[in-house]
Design a protein around this ligand. Sequence first.
Ligand SMILES: NC(=O)c1ccc[n+]([C@@H]2O[C@H](COP(=O)([O-])OP(=O)(O)OC[C@H]3O[C@@H](n4cnc5c(N)ncnc54)[C@H](O)[C@@H]3O)[C@@H](O)[C@H]2O)c1
Length: 459
Amino acid sequence: MKLPIIRWNKSIREAMETINEYGLGIVFVVDNHDRLIGVATDGDIRRAILRGASLNTMISKVMNRNPVKIYESWDEKRLREYLNSPEVVAKIPELKALIIPILSDDDRIVGIKAIYRRKDEYVFKSPREIPSINKILVIGGAGYIGSVLTRMLLGKGYKVKVMDNLLYGDEGIRDLYGVKNFEFFKGDITNIKDVVEAMRDVDAVVHLAAIVGDPASKLKPKETLEINYFSTRVLGEVAKYLGVSRFIFASTCSVYGFREEICSEETEPNPLSLYAETKLMSEKVLLELWGDGFCPTILRFATVYGYSPRMRFDLVVNLLIAKAYIDKKITVFGEGKQYRPFVHIKDVSRAIIKVLEAPINKVCGEIFNVGSDEQNMSIRELAERIKKEIPEAELVFVKEKEDNRSYRVSFRKIRERLGFTAKYTISDAVREIISAFNDGRLGDYRDKKYSNYKSLAGE
Ligand SMILES: NC(=O)c1ccc[n+]([C@@H]2O[C@H](COP(=O)([O-])OP(=O)(O)OC[C@H]3O[C@@H](n4cnc5c(N)ncnc54)[C@H](O)[C@@H]3O)[C@@H](O)[C@H]2O)c1
């Protein structure tokens, strides 16, 4: 087995590359005779950088010189004595795995093990069984997608730090305060101090914060540039400098604009709004930063639908479901022939987790469309599907100069490369949303709090 080993005189930058290559979050530092002289975790490196070390500083200057280590020649008794000594107990945190080297008698590394402490018991595991990500920063985590993703990540046992400036309030995460493994940091991505503080102690970033949607962006063009583009650039740079390698960026299928052909990740983008333009510029800037251990992944989401604790009714599927259930009318403008790709909010969250858990070389520097081929649908088809679920609603076609601009998207790449397929459908969303109306989790769908544009316009 190859091991993450580096010579004492190599730089922090090279150590970060080695950590990344092996995905174990640790590097073993050896002298000129290959004898272990220290270890450095990605956390040690980040703390050193924040104390003033540069990427060119020698790793031996910032490494831990007194790590936990065991010898292959030790018998069971000797091993127990060592592991139960107060000095070692203090270094092995409860329930969290520590990766430790196994040494020959002349201090050469012959293997590694992951060790857990459960009360007074120790459990040894193969390092490959240990997840390389422990704590995830979800930027914009109080939003429509973020509040569903955060719950899913917590459900899988991850630690989640949400950074959000609560532009639309905290309804999406309010009931998570005090929940185990959840941390909230109220911060603004346009503020560099907040960005560094948020990124200080995390293993991966999911960046969802933005002014979202064409109408909201048009209303706030300056903020859209600041938040959607300039700040994304800064987030990428800070993550790269601090050695946070996994960085997932929420982009949108609307970067394709409107096209005849089915759009794949190879299709030349054609953004037709400031919102789509800033998303595309951010994609480019993050991909330019790719390298030296920084691994951005761009996810272009289809139009999202489904229930979220921070609900949005400015999204077409959610709006049509609300109108059908509350007003008993599904209004379609023109003939509804235009196609759009749709995806359920839980599938978006599943896709993000799939990318976080994928081997890093499969997702590094990649762009994936997120959705499902079956859910490329015309607005008419969408309205008919909703009517099937809510038969008492009347389908109303309003004669109007029709906007026939259409686009369809291929989701083959994420299916073939990562094995991701969507599980949820419009019918699931209808059920969830109706049940949220019925039990009082959702109020009047016309309330401005459910619309980004109306909230920002103060309507
Ligand atoms: N919902 C969709 O249909 C859809 C489709 C494609 C892409 N996306 C992308 O997914 C991401 C999330 O979308 P959403 O639907 O959850 O939107 P949302 O508006 O509900 O969430 C955005 C979150 O970002 C936060 N935020 C905004 N500015 C911030 C700042 N300066 N600092 C910190 N936090 C800030 C807001 O408070 C909000 O909680 C966005 O990047 C969006 O472009 C969404």
